[in-house]
Design a protein around this ligand. Structure first.
Ligand code: NAP
Length: 329
C-alpha cells in the first residue's frame, strides 16, 4: 500500500492511499448493516495496510463512530481517525449546523463514541450558510490548540470557502466527491489543493458501488438504501453508467490485466495528492485492494477513458442529491 502525507499537528504523517469509508457501517441510508461484519471489516482494513478510517457522527447518527471505537479497542494508535462535525439531526432529519455551540457538543460526543482522547483529522462536513465560516474555523482552531483534534479539514467546500477558512485556521485536508464519474473538482478544488498543500480525501471513489464492476441492472436495493433515489441508479441513466462500466472493465483487463475496482481506485490516485475512500461493510469487499498499486494509467489511457465516458453516458449527473439542507431558522 503506497502512502500520502497528511499534516497532523503540522507534521507530515504517512497515511495509506486507500482510506476505509464507514458511512454504510452506520446502517442508515444503506439499508441497514451488520455490526459484527462491520467490525470485522475495520480489522481487515487494518490488516491490509489501511491506516486511515473516515467516519462522521451523521453516519447512523453515531453508530458508525461507535462501531469504530469498539473495533479499535487496544489498537487505536495504529490508525488515523478522520471524523466530521457540522450536522445535526432533530427528529432524524439531518441539516447543517457548524456553529460554535454545536461544535462543542459534537466533539465531546464523537470522542466518547470513538473511545479516544483525540481526533486526528476533524472535518467540517458541509458548509453552513447560517454560521460565518470564520466562527467555525476559529472554534476548530481552538480545539486544535486544546489537543482534542490534531488536524483540520473541510468537506464539500468551494475554493472561496476554503480561502475564508484558511484566513483563520490551518487546513490540512479537503474531502470532496471524486471518482471516474464525478469529477467537478478537476476544475477548481484539486488545483487548489495542490497549490495549498492540502491532502484530498476523495469520497465515493467507487461511485456508491457503480464502479465496483459488480453492479447490475437487476440489483435490488433494500430498505432505506439511498441508491433507490440516487439519480445515477435510475433508468435509463443507470443503463448508460453500467454500459460505461462494461467498457472500462474491458479497458482495465485488456491493457493492464486489472479489475474495474483497481481501475477506479488507480484513476483517483493518479490525479494528485489524493486518498481514495473505499466504502466497505464486509471484509471480502476489500479483497483486491493491492491490485490498485504498482502500476499507472498512461496519458493514452486517460484520454480513452474520457472518450468512453462521453460515448456511453449521454445524460451525466453529479452527486448533488446527497447535500443536506440548511437550517431554516
Ligand atoms: P463508495 O465507496 O463509492 O461505494 C461504497 C459501496 O460500494 C459499498 O457500500 C458497497 O455497496 C460497494 N462496494 C465496495 N466494495 C465493493 C466490492 N469489492 N464489490 C462490490 N461492491 C463493493 O461510496 P461511499 O461509501 O458513499 O463513499 C466512501 C466514503 O466516503 C464513505 O463511506 C464516507 O466515509 C465518505 N463520504 C463522505 C461524504 C461527505 O459528504 N464528506 C459523502 C459520501 C461519502 P454494497 O455494500 O451495497 O454492495
Amino acid at each position: 500500500m503506497t502512502i500520502e502525507h497528511l499534516h497532523i499537528n503540522g507534521i507530515p504523517t504517512p497515511v495509506s492511499r486507500i482510506g476505509l469509508g464507514t458511512w454504510a457501517i452506520g446502517g442508515r441510508l444503506w439499508g441497514g448493516s451488520d455490526d459484527s461484519s462491520s467490525e470485522a471489516t475495520i480489522r481487515s482494513a487494518i490488516d491490509r495496510g489501511i491506516n486511515l478510517i473516515d467516519t462522521a457522527p451523521a453516519y447512523g447518527y453515531g453508530h458508525s463512530e461507535e462501531i469504530i471505537g469498539k473495533a479499535l479497542a487496544g489498537i487505536r494508535d495504529q490508525v488515523v481517525i478522520a471524523t466530521k462535525v457540522g450536522l445535526e439531526w432533530p427528529e432524524q432529519r439531518p441539516r447543517r449546523n457548524a456553529s460554535r455551540a454545536r461544535i462543542r457538543e459534537e466533539i465531546e460526543a464523537s470522542l466518547r463514541r470513538l473511545r479516544t482522547d483525540r481526533i486526528d483529522l476533524y472535518q467540517v462536513h458541509w458548509p453552513d450558510p447560517l454560521t460565518p465560516i470564520e466562527e467555525t474555523a476559529r472554534e476548530l482552531e481552538a480545539l486544535r490548540r486544546e489537543g482534542k483534534i490534531l488536524a483540520i479539514g473541510v468537506s464539500n467546500h468551494s475554493c472561496e470557502q476554503m480561502d475564508a477558512f484558511r484566513a483563520v485556521a490551518s487546513l490540512a485536508a479537503v474531502q470532496p466527491p471524486y471518482n471516474l464519474f464525478e469529477r467537478a473538482i478537476d476544475a477548481d478544488v484539486l488545483p487548489y489543493a495542490r497549490e495549498h498543500d492540502l491532502t484530498v480525501l476523495a469520497y465515493g471513489a467507487l461511485c456508491r458501488g457503480l464502479l465496483s464492476g459488480r453492479m447490475s441492472a437487476e440489483r435490488a436495493f433494500q430498505g432505506d438504501d439511498l441508491r433507490q433515489k440516487d439519480p445515477k441508479f435510475q433508468q435509463p441513466r443507470f443503463g448508460q453508467y453500467l454500459s460505461a462500466v462494461d467498457a472500462l472493465t474491458a479497458l482495465a483487463r485488456d491493457r493492464h490485466g486489472k479489475s474495474m475496482l483497481a481501475l477506479a481506485i488507480r484513476w483517483v490516485l493518479d490525479r494528485g495528492p489524493t486518498i481514495a475512500l473505499w466504502g466497505a461493510r464486509k471484509p471480502e469487499q476489500l479483497e483486491g485492494i493491492d491490485d490498485a498499486f504498482g502500476w499507472r494509467l498512461s496519458e493514452q489511457d486517460l484520454a480513452d477513458i474520457d472518450r468512453l465516458l462521453v460515448e456511453h453516458v449521454t445524460d451525466p449527473i453529479g452527486p448533488e442529491f446527497m447535500a443536506p439542507p440548511a437550517r431554516t431558522t
